[in-house]
Design a protein around this ligand. Structure first.
Ligand code: FES
Ligand SMILES: [Fe+2]
Length: 372
């Protein structure tokens, strides 16, 4: 199948069009609720050139706002941290509550006069973005018009229920000191997703992963808003005997099954019997992407000291695998500057999930790739 032409990777105009036509209209993951666990925690982030802000309000509800002061548009919060009760703009000290209400406008009516006739503070609260916490993941809908989040996530939940069971997600625990992997990649966001969707590169790029989960044991599946791979030979504890605790309801006969779907457009997941990883692809610019990953174990015992070595080994393993992908993703970005290439081809057996993703993007941006 024909693939998306180069300009979808190399031009800012297309990037902004994708923000409008893909990312704004649906639910997209922007990060992790555990980055702002307590009341007053603030976490600014950049997402597709938009300054956003996660705030844990006084009722412990996580809210997402456009991170911009309603006065003259200065970015409100520039560093992660904890505030006592309010958010103060660094320019003229307008102050907002954790719920986004404009609370104070110092000297607005002259020195020492904090009100002025004709100015109604209620009209100048922070602009909130619809958001949902799904376990530790924070999803937003920028347009406010997306269908219900429950409908969006239902196909994935149904697919995983036979494995992690009804209580599966409630057992997830951040793998403490070994829970994060952060990579910045000089490439368009789509290349990271496309690469995740095929195992064709395993033997060349990930020789160690290919040893324990060989290419021949991968199967591709599709759904409307996600696609991915099922591996049939995941090895608990990488064959070393001991392994981390597993989901209690995961059928023993299926310990070797591992799920690697991409929830379109930007959430890459890896569910195994003894852990979950989530990589959120955060597009920063048309040629710059942040990959934020968290690793989760199963149950309280898994995060006890007894399993520290296994958590560390797991973190090391995925750190190496994800780092191995950086070179190929940036290599594909570099190739898209060439007049000797314009999208290339997606092969008919190994890259069907990547092809599905190209079609999914193409339909939303009005590009015709000419079918299969
Ligand atoms: S821009 Fe924020 S107080 Fe003036
Ligand atoms: Fe890879």
């Amino acid at each position: 199948m024909k693939a998306l032409p180069n300009h979808y990777y190399t031009r800012r105009a297309e990037f902004l069009e994708e923000r409008e036509r893909i990312f704004s209209s649906m639910w997209v993951c922007i990060g992790f609720a555990s980055d702002a666990p307590n009341a007053g925690d603030v976490q600014p982030l950049e997402f597709m050139e938009l300054p956003l802000l996660m705030v844990r309000d006084s009722d412990n509800t996580l809210r997402v706002f456009h991170n911009v002061c309603r006065h003259r548009g200065h970015v409100l919060v520039s560093e992660r941290g904890t505030v006592k009760q309010s958010l103060r703009c660094p320019y003229h000290s307008w102050t907002y509550t954790l719920e986004g209400k404009l609370a104070r406008t110092p000297n607005i009516g002259g020195v020492g006069i904090n009100d002025v006739e004709g100015f109604n503070r209620q009209e100048f609260g922070l602009v909130q973005v619809d958001s949902v916490e799904w376990h530790d993941l924070v999803f937003i809908n920028l347009s406010g018009n997306a269908p219900a989040f429950e409908d969006f996530i239902a196909p994935l939940e149904q697919r995983w229920k036979p494995f992690w069971g009804a209580e599966g997600a409630s057992l997830l625990r951040l793998a403490e000191a070994h829970s994060s992997i952060r990579l910045e990649v000089q490439a368009n966001w789509k290349l990271a997703v496309e690469n995740y969707l095929e195992a064709y590169h395993l033997p060349t790029v990930h020789p160690a992963l290919n040893q324990i989960s060989p290419l021949a044991e991968h199967e591709i599946h599709f759904d409307e808003d996600f696609a991915g791979q099922l591996s049939h030979c995941y090895t608990l504890g990488a064959g070393g005997g001991r392994h981390l605790p597993v989901f209690p309801s995961w059928p023993e006969a299926l310990y070797e099954e591992a799920h690697y779907p991409a929830l379109f457009p930007n959430t890459l997941l890896g569910l195994q019997a003894d852990h979950l990883f989530v990589m959120v692809i955060i597009p920063l610019a048309h040629d710059r992407t942040l990959e934020e990953t968290r690793l989760y174990c199963v149950g309280d015992e898994a995060v006890s000291e007894d399993f520290g070595d296994l958590r560390q080994a797991q973190h090391g393993f995925w750190t190496d695998v994800f780092a191995e992908d950086i070179g190929v993703v940036t290599g594909m970005q570099a190739g898209r500057a060439s007049p000797g290439f314009d999208g290339g081809v997606l092969t008919p057996v190994m890259e069907t999930a990547t092809a599905q993703f190209h079609q999914w993007v193409a339909q939303r941006v009005g590009e015709n790739l000419g079918g299969n």
